[in-house]
Design a binder for this molecule. Structure first.
Ligand code: ADP
Ligand code: MG
Ligand code: ZN
Length: 624
């Protein structure tokens, strides 16, 4: 802020500099001409001509410029003489008088001669200075970022405009209550989290949700976007962050929102390797220090959004900073209906169109995709000059969005979805069948993050410090439940199980080489802890210190453990084939199972596991 006057001085200096430069150029040129040219009387010129001293003459309208064969005594090679009318010149010549012409200036031409260059000069000068203050404005007004911090005072958006993310809304409800009445909240001692991080794929409505919180609470919304800092000059970002917090503190209660936090808060080590980015680091450090010196009880709530939480600097996620995460997932079938209802209000829909039909066409679509879809469909209907948007318009629009010019949306085809549904239910049913496994909270075939096509969420009921061999084996069995399901139902393996297999194998390797739980190998550890700084990617977490012979045994033991787990999972799924099939089909339709949907399945699984054939799936059913 103290740099502002300095900035203005600098701008003036540029003007002066330019002025001086041009003045010097003009003077120099005039001097140059003056050096070489002498203005002489026309009669003298006539004399020179007669004496054969002129080599070249340039005849102008009003004057002649003559180049001399030899320079005059004071070193000039050119002379200039104002012309005289030829006949008259002869008469004057005869009369032997000195004579010369004179250029007549009217006052208008004088004015023009003086004013036009000045006007042109002034025009360019002001143009240039204006440019400078725009283009280099961010240099000149370092720290004065009021214009760039985005403030919205009267937000009309509320929770009703954000659909299909009920869990996130529920979590944010508390924030709204706090912002509506910060003093009461503070008095009762309720602690409000300092920073809340909205995490979810692009287009799921994170930005929208943050604004909706401000709208619901009726407080101002201060926001900046992380990616804006990427191309900025060093120091500007940090100053802006400082300014953002200062403005927010002066406007409590309010919300500070940092969008695309990952662009700014990328782990410092990563950017350090690629040449380092001072600006981002400075900005991040400023943000961290603002977070630390920030008291939420004054009524400022800090929200941030990211679609890549994994690249965030761990310092940002530490307690007292962005220590609470709210996940904003892709909507399931019902969620999509809700989102469609929000956006369909804006268009004229044909009467026989049911949002549920559109929702069924669009598995994997995000809120932004759906908003886009509604728009596309309306455009198609307009093009065919219909009076309302029909289901056919939506079908065509889906095709355009999915297969259209921008092919970035890779959606699962029906067969892939089917496989994913059976795979995920495979995990879930195996977990339900085994005792002492963490309960399944949620099963979904909505792609989440990168790579995962579906997911089965298992929640530990308590913190675990020790695990038994049985528990480890059960976990492996659950992991292999996905592949077992694929094999049982489709008789073919898919690449979808790669991650499961890796984790199961790692677990088996740990059982054998780290925990000494395998009788054939013995209670010995074969793991050499490598120093952390050598933990390079690609080398794997373990380095065996065993002889080749023992290594072969270890590999065989790992193989056996994995195979046994796979067989157990297969046996469970065989016994519960009906439950597996029914639930997978229902999951295909519903896309997400919550605890309510899972309870009856759990009951059915308990039945089929205890069913006719004695299964290997018991607590102590060790097969080895
Ligand atoms: P993100 O910040 O998660 O990338 P945005 O909040 O920018 O997504 O969403 C872009 C647009 O998509 C929103 O302006 C809105 O029109 C639409 N949209 C996204 N999610 C939802 C939702 N859950 N409900 C309603 N509209 C949504
Ligand atoms: Mg966004
Ligand atoms: Zn899996």
């Amino acid at each position: 802020m103290e740099k502002t006057p300095a900035g203005r001085d600098w701008r003036f200096n540029v003007g002066y500099l330019l002025f001086a430069l041009i003045a010097i150029l003009i003077l120099h040129r005039m001097w140059d001409i003056h050096q070489q040219t002498e203005v002489i009387l026309y009669s003298e010129f006539a004399n020179l001509l007669r004496e054969d001293k002129v080599s070249e003459v340039v005849v102008g309208d009003q004057a002649v410029r003559a180049t001399l064969k030899e320079p005059t005594p004071d070193g000039r090679k050119q002379v200039l003489a104002v012309r005289v009318e030829p006949n008259f010149a002869q008469e004057l010549e005869a009369a032997k008088v000195k004579y010369s012409g004179q250029i007549e200036h009217t006052w208008i031409s004088t004015l023009l001669i003086w004013m036009v260059p000045i006007a042109i000069f002034y025009f360019f000068w002001s143009l240039i200075t204006q440019r400078m203050s725009q283009g280099l404005g961010s240099i000149m007004s370092v720290g004065q970022s009021k214009a760039k911090v985005f403030v919205e005072k009267d937000i009309k958006i509320g929770f009703a405009d954000v659909a299909g993310v009920d869990e996130a809304k529920e979590e944010l409800q508390e924030i709204v209550a706090f912002l509506r009445d910060p003093t009461t909240h503070g008095r009762l001692g309720a602690r409000i989290p300092k920073g809340i991080l909205l995490v979810g794929p692009p287009g799921t409505g994170k930005t929208l949700l943050a604004r909706a919180v401000a709208g619901e609470a009726g407080v101002p919304f201060f926001s900046i976007t992380g990616s804006e800092f990427v191309e900025m000059f060093v120091g500007v970002g940090a100053a802006r962050v400082r300014d953002l917090f200062a403005q927010a503190r002066a406007n409590t209660p309010c919300i500070i929102f940092i969008d695309e936090l990952d662009a700014l808060g990328r782990a410092r080590g990563i950017s350090g390797l690629s040449g380092g980015h001072d600006e981002k680091e400075q900005t991040l450090n400023q943000l961290l220090s603002e977070l630390d010196g920030f008291d939420p009880t004054i009524g400022v709530v800090l929200l941030a959004a990211t679609n890549r939480p994994e690249v965030l600097d761990p310092a940002l996620l530490r307690a007292g900073r962005f220590d609470r995460q709210v996940s904003v997932d892709r909507p399931d079938k019902n969620g999509r209906v809700a989102i469609l209802n929000v956006h369909l209000k804006k268009i004229k829909l044909a009467e026989n169109v049911d949002p549920a039909q559109i929702s069924a066409l669009t598995p994997g679509f995000t809120g932004a995709d759906l908003a886009n879809l509604v728009n596309e469909a309306a455009m198609l209907a307009t093009r065919r000059q219909a009076s309302s948007v029909s289901l056919d318009d939506f079908t065509a629009a889906v095709e355009r969005v999915v297969a259209g010019p921008e092919k970035r949306k890779r959606l699962l085809n029906p067969r892939e979805r089917q496989i994913v549904a059976y795979h995920e239910m495979g995990h879930a049913i195996v977990a339900m069948a085994l005792p002492d496994t963490d309960p399944i909270k949620k099963v979904s075939i909505i792609p989440r993050g990168m790579g995962a096509l579906g997911y089965t969420m298992q929640m530990p009921t308590e913190d675990r410090y020790l695990m038994t061999r049985t528990e480890l084996l059960n976990r492996m069995t659950v992991l292999l439940g996905g592949r077992a399901a694929e094999m049982a139902v489709f008789r073919e393996a898919t690449t979808g199980a790669a991650d499961d297999l890796q984790r199961a194998t790692e677990m088996a390797r740990a059982i054998v080489t780290r925990y000494g739980m395998e009788p054939e190998i013995g209670q010995a550890s074969f793991v050499a802890e490598r120093p952390r700084y050598l933990d390079l990617p690609g080398l794997g977490p373990f380095q065996s210190e065993a002889s080749d012979e023992t290594n072969a045994k270890i590999d065989a033991a790992i193989r056996k453990l994995v195979d046994q787990a796979f067989d157990r999972a297969t046996a469970i799924l065989q016994n519960c084939a009906r439950v597996h099939k029914d639930s997978a089909q229902r999951l295909l339709d519903k896309e997400t199972f919550g605890e309510d949907d899972l309870a009856p399945i759990r009951a059915a699984v308990t039945q089929c596991v205890a069913g006719p054939s004695k299964t290997t799936a018991g607590a102590g059913a060790e097969t080895s």
